[in-house]
Write a protein that binds this ligand. Structure first.
Ligand code: IMP
Length: 425
């Protein structure tokens, strides 16, 4: 059973890129199953920092096959620049190793304009999207009016379809939102050029994946965003528009659960989120500011400062259940060094009642006050630790508590951004 699914156990930005980079060493292929260039995965290799938004992190491994699955929404212009960026850094970007599903959906400039217009119209109730056109593109997919990546094999016809889609979006922009129409000048040439460039990568990735899986090759299914941003299981409507949980890997790549033998959840040693929506353990004080500074908590895609808070056991436990996690990776533990005390929320107080379950209603989560367990912190710099024994006693106590709360083994802990700054347990 050769597939591993990697999911975010919180609100995204858990450090899945570097975990994917680690798991890729034992894999033959890495496949992205959901989302688009709203994701930002950073992998640091020596002096090189790779900021990836669409192409799976496995690309850095020379023999790896990389798949952009049917569950994704792809902005062709951004994909071309990402390929160019990788080529400039000496990475092999040949279509022999990068495969784009013919059934992935295309993000057009109309989607980008609509994302912005909708966010502005929501005003104080805005979701805080990345403005990459994700929601409008998935809406067209569900409405059966979307453009497929497979259409890029006829670049001229594809460019005409993009122009028509932008004109359609402009009707909404002008008539409903009272805004200017999206510009179409030069659009056909630009998208025709992008399609010519990308057509060699477009293929039937479902057939390709089945061939690999049936041959016993290991596939790493790389998730984007996180459990609390999942369209079905997150804090709706403050979510992304795709399935960021384990089920998304199966529909977003096209194979059944019998192939999956590992579901790896990634959680930060504390919590962060970008965008709006409830965040019970958020710290709007100097501890939150310190976590932001020490953890460089600024969005890879938008540069927005991330909201920071204590680890939330209700969130972790929920992620374990919704995804059927078989193990957990704890990232950025080094960021907690230097704090006298650490808190973990183990229950919520909702209108005077205590609960340890994730409330189904987002407005209830908004009212939830965290009830925290306090653990002693540690002062030592742990970024040089490579074994559990190298860590201070209080650090080991914190890890043990997180493991007990989540109920699944912690198999890796990161203590810094470099590839080797990790502890395998
Ligand atoms: P969208 O995916 O751009 O529509 O944004 C919807 C919500 O998901 C917003 O709160 C975003 O900040 C959040 N989001 C989307 N992608 C990511 C990600 O990769 N990391 C963290 N948050 C994300």
């Amino acid at each position: 059973m050769p597939a591993t699914v990697l999911v975010g156990a919180q609100w995204g930005d858990e450090g899945k890129g570097r975990v994917a980079d680690w798991l890729a060493r034992e894999s033959d292929a890495t496949a992205r199953y959901a989302g688009g260039d709203n994701a930002g995965h950073t992998v640091t290799v020596g002096e090189h920092k790779f900021k990836l938004h669409l192409i799976p992190s496995g690309i850095i491994h020379p023999s790896m096959q990389c798949i952009l699955g049917n569950g994704m929404v792809i902005n062709p212009i951004r994909l071309v620049s990402e390929l160019d960026m990788l080529a400039e850094q000496g990475i092999d970007i040949s279509p022999r190793r990068i495969h784009v599903s013919a059934r992935a959906h295309i993000i057009t400039p109309g989607h980008l304009e609509l994302d912005g217009a909708e966010e502005r119209a929501r005003g104080g109730e805005s979701i805080g999207t990345t403005r990459r056109g994700i929601g409008p593109a998935y809406r067209d997919k569900a409405a059966r009016t979307g453009l497929l990546a497979g259409e890029m094999i006829d670049p001229e016809a594809f460019a005409d379809r993009v122009r028509a889609a932008v004109q359609q979006a402009s009707r909404l922009l002008v008539d409903y939102y009272g805004l200017d129409a999206a510009p179409t000048e030069g659009l056909a040439e630009q998208y025709c050029g992008a399609a010519r460039r990308l057509a060699p990568y477009v293929t039937d990735t479902v057939a390709l994946l089945h061939k690999m899986l049936e041959a016993g090759q290991r596939v790493l299914c790389e998730g984007a965003q996180g459990t609390l941003l999942d369209l079905d299981h997150g804090h709706y409507p403050y979510v992304t528009s795709s399935s960021a949980t384990v089920g998304g890997a199966l529909t977003g790549l096209g194979f059944g659960p019998r192939y999956v033998d590992r579901v790896v959840g990634v959680a930060k040693a504390y919590c962060t989120r970008v965008g709006n929506g409830p965040f019970p353990t958020e710290l709007n004080d100097e501890v939150g500011e310190r976590l932001r500074r020490a953890g460089s908590e600024y969005g890879t895609t938008t540069g927005r400062p991330r909201r920071c808070g204590w680890l939330d056991a209700i969130v972790l436990h929920y992620a374990v259940r919704v995804n059927g996690l078989t193990e957990l990776v704890l990232t950025k533990l080094d960021v907690l060094s230097g704090l006298d005390e650490l808190n973990i929320a183990t229950a919520y107080d909702v209108d005077g009642k205590q609960t340890t379950a994730m409330p189904v209603d987002t407005s209830v989560v908004r009212r939830a006050r965290p009830i925290c367990e306090t653990l002693p912190g540690w002062q030592a710099d742990i970024s040089g630790a490579r074994r559990l024994q190298d860590l201070p006693e209080n650090t080991r106590r914190y890890i043990a508590r997180v493991q007990a709360i989540s109920g699944v083994p912690i198999t890796m802990i990161s203590v810094g951004p470099e590839r080797d700054q990790a502890i395998r347990t």
